[in-house]
Write a protein that binds this ligand. Structure first.
Ligand code: ZN
Length: 405
């Protein structure tokens, strides 16, 4: 039985509040305890409050002195493409020269180049690269990450990616929430309708049978999957017991958000150009666009806004939630408190884990980060500086390469 006491956090940011996603003004209520502390038993929070009250209950606990630093819940990244091979450095450079996504794809870049590398990678190599990605997330204070397949686009390779996620869950401290995104793009080897048949008749039943994914996602965009094709895929997924997410309206407004609402999807992501209902993702910066989602309107209309990195090799090569907090404050005009809520408790609810993670409250998992600063607004403010002091998952300090000297 492990017993741990965290003491002397300048601000212990609890995110304590109602047991549901936070909307409107609630996004600003982050439950700060000054000079805060907590007791952690067997990986769960047993008591939380001012340090001097915690100190009265120490009896034999191992002490973690936060040393006047800020403590936040582990970030929950509700949208990533964590498992892929290689990188897209050539695309990155082409984009810098002013080439469009269409020109880059024609020159052999784009998603298809990542599909080819991911298919060709051995299990050993693909696992090793994905494991490195999990270390990046942990080092940035993210303790749970949703991860989508979608760089395989054959039954064999989609299953290979999902099985790697299952192994990451067992062998790394990062909690992975697996999403099947076979409908990330239409495979080059077949027509769109043939590919949709493959997804619905073969991939989805296998994914469900092996219990490889919790969610099913579809890239519902003009040129990818049309509304009717998306509806077919998501309907089959729903029947098989998967929960639904959606990549919608990133490049054009195709009514995908309405489809997601109609099918009862948990989230509709991206939404840089949608009219209603939404979630925020972070690929706009890296694409060099300025068309950011209208987060203020979303908050004011009462949506439970979620921030995510959309970590992927093409449009968003960052695992850093602090970077996303910075973008949220400077580009989306969210306050630091709203951004933190969107990256923790709201993200946890969007992954159906709001009862376990996303806030520091009695009974929840002791997933938290100690930031090397005194004020919770600093991680969003000092951008580009690694501000992490230490990261804990289930009350255990996560070993990171940066620590090992
Ligand atoms: Zn994405």
């Amino acid at each position: 039985m492990s017993f741990l006491a965290v003491l002397q956090a300048s601000q212990l940011v609890t995110l304590a509040g109602p047991k549901r996603p936070r909307v409107g003004a609630e996004l600003s209520e982050i439950g700060i305890i000054r000079d805060g502390g907590m007791l952690i038993r067997d990986g769960k929070i047993d008591m939380i409050g001012p340090s001097d009250e915690i100190e009265k209950e120490l009896g034999g606990a191992e002490i973690v002195d936060a040393g006047g630093r800020v403590v936040l819940p582990g970030f929950v990244d509700a949208h990533t493409h964590l498992v892929f091979a290689g990188n897209r450095l050539d695309d990155f450079e082409r984009r810098a020269r002013g080439e469009t996504y269409a020109q880059i794809a024609k020159a052999g870049g784009g998603i298809w180049s990542t599909v080819e590398k991911t298919r060709a990678a051995s299990d050993v190599d693909l696992f090793a690269q994905a494991k490195k990605h999990t270390e990046w997330f942990l080092r940035c204070g993210t303790t749970t990450a949703e991860a989508k397949s979608g760089y395989g686009l054959t039954t064999e390779h989609e299953l290979k990616i999902l099985r790697i996620m299952r192994r990451l869950n067992k062998e790394t401290p990062l909690e992975i929430v697996p999403t099947f995104l076979g409908a990330h793009a239409v495979s080059r080897e077949m027509r769109a309708d043939e590919y949709v048949d493959l997804v619905t008749n073969e991939m989805l039943p296998r994914v469900a049978q092996e219990k490889l994914a919790e969610f099913c996602d579809v890239f519902c965009e003009g040129g990818y999957f049309e509304i009717e094709q998306s509806r077919r895929i998501l309907s089959v997924a729903k029947k098989l017991g998967l929960k639904l997410r959606g990549h919608v309206d990133q490049l054009s407004n195709c009514g995908g958000a309405r489809l997601m609402a109609e099918l009862g999807a948990t989230t509709a992501d991206h939404l840089e150009k949608t009219d209603e209902l939404g979630i925020v993702a972070g690929s706009v910066y890296a694409l060099g666009s300025t068309s950011y989602p209208r987060a203020r309107e979303m908050i004011e209309t009462g949506l439970a806004v979620v921030l995510a990195t959309d970590f992927n090799p093409g449009s968003s090569p960052t695992p850093s939630m602090s970077m996303i907090l910075s973008l949220a404050c400077t580009q989306l005009k969210m306050s630091p408190a709203e951004a933190i809520t969107a990256a923790t408790i709201n993200a946890a609810y969007s992954l159906n884990r709001g009862n376990k993670i996303g806030s520091l409250e009695r009974g929840k998992l002791a997933n938290f980060s100690v930031f090397d600063c005194e004020d919770y607004r600093e991680p969003a403010y000092w951008f580009g500086i690694p501000s992490m002091h230490s990261v804990y998952v289930r009350g255990r300090r996560v070993l990171l390469r940066a620590d090992e000297n």
